[in-house]
Design a binder for this molecule. Structure first.
Ligand code: GLA
Length: 332
């Protein structure tokens, strides 16, 4: 308890850790909230490739070290995010000294050096890694996202190579494939096929990360349930890695609101309530639930994907007070 408020993570102690994405600023301004309400942390941006190795062979651990020190001091888990992604890579990674694209062996060697350096450094603090992020195509017949330098340079087996490298770098870390739109049936089935193929080849993969960037209208609880059941068939654990519930449907472009309506807050509370109840039901497979932020004053959904629009997707409001959604997920 702190300020008379129930602690979310303590309330969920018999279910799963409750996480939040953090950045250097939020570690300061959400400090009390993070300490009292969450027991798992994910770096929003500072464990990505471009942040950790901005220049070839030159690592920058300043922010990641601050985060892991904070986690250690306050007894929080840390999820590692992320090793292989098509975004937020330094330009040097895919180029040789003449600016030409490197070949497969060079890129694999660079990934190996990166993974070893980073995963060894944080082996006592980071218990799991999103090894590959967002490699599956959303629509159409292709399983893999085609416009990815990893796929283009290494070839289709870049995913299994990444898991093998990560497992060698730290055999104790739990290794995840992580993606968004993970509950949409078409993409869900592709992710399922991908992971099934990896398991059949004995590739060291231990979990599927459901990003869960959802909204107050969808996906429906049935669709989420089906996704959980389908992924669970693979014999892997599931982490909800980046959850938030936007107040707007994906195609809604309205920008007129300066605060959420009562109706929105109520709908959001109902959605959080039913979704968390579902997660509790599947606590044997859902083993971490992380929100993509702690409070509404800091979310990637301000100005994205609609410029000039504020959003309120999280459990605590702009002033860090609990929202109706918070009250509902601690009542069970
Ligand atoms: C994706 C990535 C995250 C983050 C969000 C936006 O979901 O996995 O690392 O960049 O987009 O904040």
């Amino acid at each position: 308890m702190s300020n008379g408020l129930v602690s979310l993570y303590k309330k969920y102690e018999d279910y799963f850790p409750i996480g939040a994405a953090v950045n250097p600023q939020s570690l300061k301004i959400h400090r009390d909230l993070l300490i009292n309400q969450f027991n798992s942390l994910t770096s929003e941006n500072h464990m990505k490739f471009e942040a950790l190795q901005p220049e070839k062979g030159v690592f920058n651990f300043t922010v990641a070290d601050e985060l892991t020190a904070f986690a250690k001091e306050h007894n929080k888990l840390v999820r590692g995010h992320t090793l292989v992604w098509h975004n937020q890579n330094p330009a040097w990674l895919f180029q040789d000294d003449d600016g030409n694209r490197v070949n497969r062996d060079t890129l694999l060697a660079r990934l190996k050096e990166h993974a070893e350096t980073v995963m060894q450094r944080y082996k006592d603090t980071v218990y799991c890694w999103d090894v590959v992020n967002e490699a599956v195509e959303d629509t159409g017949p292709e399983v893999l996202r085609q416009r990815s330098p990893w796929l283009e340079i290494i070839g289709e087996d870049f995913i299994e190579q990444a898991f093998i490298i990560a497992h060698e770098a730290n055999p104790d870390a739990l290794l995840f494939y992580n993606d968004y739109n993970e509950s949409e049936p078409a993409k869900r089935d592709k992710i399922y096929q991908l992971v099934k193929g990896l398991k059949e080849k004995d590739v060291p993969i231990h979990g599927v990360g459901l990003q869960a960037h959802w909204n107050i209208y969808g996906p429906s609880i049935d669709v989420i349930r089906e996704a959980i059941e389908k992924y669970a068939e693979l014999g892997v654990v599931l982490h909800v890695t980046e959850m938030d519930l936007s107040m707007f449907e994906f195609h809604d472009r309205r920008t007129d609101l300066t605060e959420p309506t009562e109706e929105m807050l109520e709908r959001q509370a109902q959605r959080y309530e039913e979704i968390f109840s579902l997660f509790r039901e599947y606590k044997d497979v859902v083993t971490n639930v992380t929100l993509w932020g702690a409070a509404d004053d800091m979310t990637w959904l301000h100005n994205f994907p609609v410029r000039g629009r504020t959003n309120w997707p999280l459990l605590f409001d702009m002033k860090h007070n609990p929202k109706p959604a918070f009250d509902r997920i601690i009542k069970f």
